[in-house]
Design a binder for this molecule. Structure first.
Ligand code: ATR
Length: 288
């Protein structure tokens, strides 16, 4: 078969991404690249599913023999509800981005965002057991990242513009054997940088098309060996990362989290743990 020629057979394993809209998703590009790279008889397709049609669509895909699907906006809550089993990652993060259809017909829900984030740090040689981490933001992405960092034994502090949401996140993740999450006042976070090994932005500050606020934090108090990461990846060099580089700190951009969360889903459906290498990074960057 000529390279790049798509071959669908009776045996082809199928997965896809369910969203509305879904045309902008880069997931098909990534998964189909890996399928070709590893010579797997599979295909990954965009699945535009309107609000209200989610349950019918998921049960239909399952009945039609799909291996599973990624789930994106606006179906994340419905994905939580439709699962027969919640993987620990879904319970801890309170969110779902990956469905796996088991051979017995049941649906298992996972969240691969937090573990994808941690894997992206590890891939850059960051010692994730070093901690403690200062996390900016308290939305769904923050909780997924915090849950995975806590699971690695890291101490986590959270600062969020709306303090009540930071408190709610800390409460949701307390217990279960982890160190309690501490809450830092949003107004104080730059003063509280000393003593932290890792700074992670999960807010939409600095995101292309996000809040218009100028986000040029004062990192002068950051420890010299601090690693700074941003889960925002458009632009790839966010204002926070730019400030960190200017301060001489190591940075990890948000593209790795995207690639590694995709990797974890791929492994569940197709049984191969694909490598996040320079080729897939280049493919992703070219499409940004
Ligand atoms: P997600 O689920 O993707 O994390 P979200 O729940 O909308 O998204 O959370 C967005 C995060 O960005 C929140 O932490 C939000 O702070 P609030 O909880 O106070 O809303 C943060 N955020 C958004 N705009 C912000 C701004 N202009 N300044 C500071 N934080 C902001």
């Amino acid at each position: 078969v000529a390279p790049g020629r798509l071959t669908i057979r009776g045996t082809t394993a199928l997965a896809g991404v369910i969203g509305w809209p879904v045309a902008h998703s880069r997931s098909p590009l990534l998964h189909n690249f890996w399928l070709a790279r590893y010579g797997i008889d599979g295909a990954y397709v965009p699945l535009p599913v309107a609000p209200g049609a989610f349950d019918v669509a998921v049960h239909g895909l399952r009945a039609a023999g799909f291996r599973g699907a990624n789930v994106t906006i606006p179906h994340k809550e419905a994905a939580f509800a439709i699962a027969d089993r919640l993987h620990r990652s879904a319970v801890r993060s309170g969110s779902v981005n990956t469905l796996v259809f088991a051979q017995d017909g049941t649906i298992e829900a996972h969240s691969t965002d937090g573990d994808g984030f941690v894997a992206s740090l590890e891939a850059k040689g960051v010692d994730v057991a070093r901690g403690p981490v200062l996390l900016l933001g308290a939305g769904g992405a923050a909780r997924a990242v915090a849950a995975s960092l806590l699971d690695r034994g890291m101490a986590v502090s959270v600062a969020n513009r709306t303090t009540a949401r930071a408190v709610a996140l800390a409460e949701a993740l307390s217990g279960d054997g982890s160190v309690p999450v501490s809450v830092i006042d949003w107004a104080d976070w730059t003063d509280r940088l000393p003593g932290h090994a890792l700074l992670v932005n999960t807010t939409s500050l600095g995101m292309h098309g996000g809040p218009g606020d100028v986000f040029t934090p004062d990192l002068s108090r950051a420890p010299d060996d601090m690693v700074v990461s941003d889960i925002v990846y458009v632009p790839r060099m966010t204002p926070l990362l730019t400030a960190a580089v200017a301060r001489g700190l190591r940075v990890v951009d948000g593209t790795g989290m995207l690639l590694h969360q995709a990797r974890l889903g791929f492994k569940c459906w197709f049984g191969v743990d694909p490598e996040v290498d320079a080729d897939i990074q280049a493919l992703f960057d070219a499409d940004l």
